[in-house]
Design a protein around this ligand. Structure first.
Ligand code: CP
Length: 359
C-alpha cells in the first residue's frame, strides 16, 4: 500500500513521475477525463481549507471520479468523539482513497495503521503538507524549468509553516540547492529540520534578518503567512505578524527571472501591488495544485496494488515507559495511540507521528 504522509514517502523517482504526469495532464486534458471513472475519493477535513479541499475535489471530478466527505468535523461523528482510526475504518468502506486534513499532528500516520485504502495527508497541524510540496515542485518546474541549482528564500512563519517544512525536506534531495531563511527569532525553522534535514543531508542554509538583503540572490521567494491559529499567546502573534511584507520596492531588488510562491491564503505579507508582476506565481501555483493532485490520485490508485510501490522502511526504537511526546498537539496526546520513535542525529528520541522530542 502506498500512502502520502510525508514528502519522503515518495522516492525522488516517484515524485518526478507525479510531476511529469501532471505536466502531461496539462498538455492532454482529454486523455485523463475517465482515468478514475467508478472510483471515489473521500475528503475528510477536520480543519478549514479552500485550496486543498476544492482542488482535490476538482481533480477527482476532472479524472471522471466521484467525491464524498466532510469539510467541517462538527458535521461528522467526530463531534461525538469518534477517533481518527475508527473514522477511517468506516470511510474505507465507501471510498477508494482518502485525503485528510487534521489539526492534530500525526493523525494521518495513525490512519495508515488501520486503513485498507491509500491515505493522503492534506496537512497535519504545523507538521507537514506534502501535497502542497508537490504543487510547489510543479510550480518551480513550470516557472524556472528545473528543480536543481537554485537558491530559495523562505520568508515569514518558518516555525508553524507546514508547507515550508515539507518543501525543504523535498528539496534536500535535489542537487545544489541553497536555502535562505528569513524569519523573526520567534518563528525560526524548527531544530529537527535544521539538524535532521539540512545538516544531515548537507543542504546549505543561512539565516538572515532582512528580506532586502536576501532578494538579489534568490531564484525563488517562498512567502508564508504568520499563522495566528497556531499561537497559544495572542500578544506573541501581534509582535511578529507584520515582520516581513513584500512590496514592489523589494521586488525591484530581485532577479529578472525569479518566482514568488506562496501556499496561500495571504493576509498582508504580499501587497496586492505585487500581483501584476510577472514573477508573482502564487495564483498560477493554485492551478498547479489541481493538476498535481490529479496526478497523485491517479498514481496512488494505480500503485496501491503494485508491490513495487510500498512505503519506505522506517527505523524505529523502543520508547522507555515513562517518556511521552512533548507536543500537546500530537495524536499520541489526543487519542489512544501507540508511542513510536526514531533516534535523531543529536541522539534524542523523536516522535514518529510529529517529530517532536520525547520527555
Ligand atoms: N495552501 C493551502 O493549504 O491552502 P488551504 O488552507 O486553503 O487548503
Amino acid at each position: 500500500m502506498k500512502h502520502l504522509i510525508d514528502p519522503t514517502d515518495l522516492s525522488v523517482e516517484e515524485t518526478m513521475s507525479i510531476i511529469n504526469l501532471a505536466l502531461d495532464i496539462i498538455d492532454n486534458r482529454g486523455k485523463y477525463a475517465e482515468k478514475c471513472k467508478g472510483k471515489k475519493l473521500a475528503t475528510l477535513f477536520y480543519e478549514p481549507s479552500t485550496r486543498t479541499r476544492l482542488s482535490f475535489t476538482a481533480a477527482m471530478m476532472e479524472l471522471g471520479g466521484n467525491v464524498l466527505g466532510f469539510a467541517d468535523a462538527a458535521s461528522s461523528s467526530v463531534s461525538k468523539g469518534e477517533t481518527v482510526r475508527d473514522t477511517v475504518r468506516v470511510v474505507e468502506n465507501f471510498a477508494d482513497i482518502i485525503a485528510m486534513r487534521h489539526h492534530i499532528e500525526g493523525a494521518q500516520l495513525a490512519a495508515t495503521e488501520v486503513s485498507r485504502v491509500p491515505i493522503i495527508n492534506a496537512g497535519d497541524g504545523s507538521h507537514a503538507h506534502p501535497t502542497q510540496t508537490l504543487t510547489d515542485l510543479l510550480t518551480i518546474t513550470r516557472e524556472l524549468g528545473k528543480l536543481d541549482n537554485l537558491t530559495i528564500g523562505f520568508c515569514g512563519d518558518l516555525r508553524f509553516g507546514r508547507t515550508v517544512h515539507s518543501l525543504i525536506k523535498a528539496l534536500s534531495r535535489h542537487k545544489n540547492i541553497r536555502i535562505v531563511l528569513i524569519a523573526p527569532p520567534q518563528l525560526r525553522l524548527p531544530d529537527y529540520i535544521k539538524q535532521d534535514v539540512c545538516d544531515r543531508l548537507g543542504l546549505e542554509y543561512k539565516e538572515v534578518d532582512s528580506l532586502e538583503e536576501a532578494m538579489p540572490e534568490l531564484d525563488v521567494l517562498y512567502m508564508t503567512r504568520v499563522q495566528k491559529e497556531r499561537f497559544l499567546d495572542e500578544d506573541e502573534y501581534e509582535a511578529v505578524k507584520d515582520s516581513f511584507v513584500l512590496d514592489n520596492a523589494k521586488m525591484a531588488l530581485a532577479k529578472e527571472k525569479m518566482a514568488v510562491l506562496h501556499p496561500l491564503p495571504r493576509v498582508n505579507e504580499i501587497l496586492e501591488e505585487v500581483d501584476s508582476d510577472p514573477r508573482a506565481a502564487y495564483f498560477r501555483q493554485v492551478e498547479n495544485g489541481k493538476f498535481v493532485r490529479m496526478a497523485l490520485i491517479s498514481s496512488l490508485l494505480d500503485w496501491s496494488a503494485d508491490a513495487a510501490h510500498t512505503m519506505p522502511e522506517m527505523e524505529e526504537v523502543e520508547v522507555p515507559g515513562h517518556l511521552r511526546c512533548e507536543n500537546k498537539k500530537c495524536i499520541t496526546r489526543n487519542e489512544n495511540s501507540p508511542r513510536r520513535a526514531y533516534r535523531a542525529s543529536d541522539g534524542s528520541l523523536r516522535c514518529r507521528y510529529c517529530d517532536h522530542k520525547f520527555k
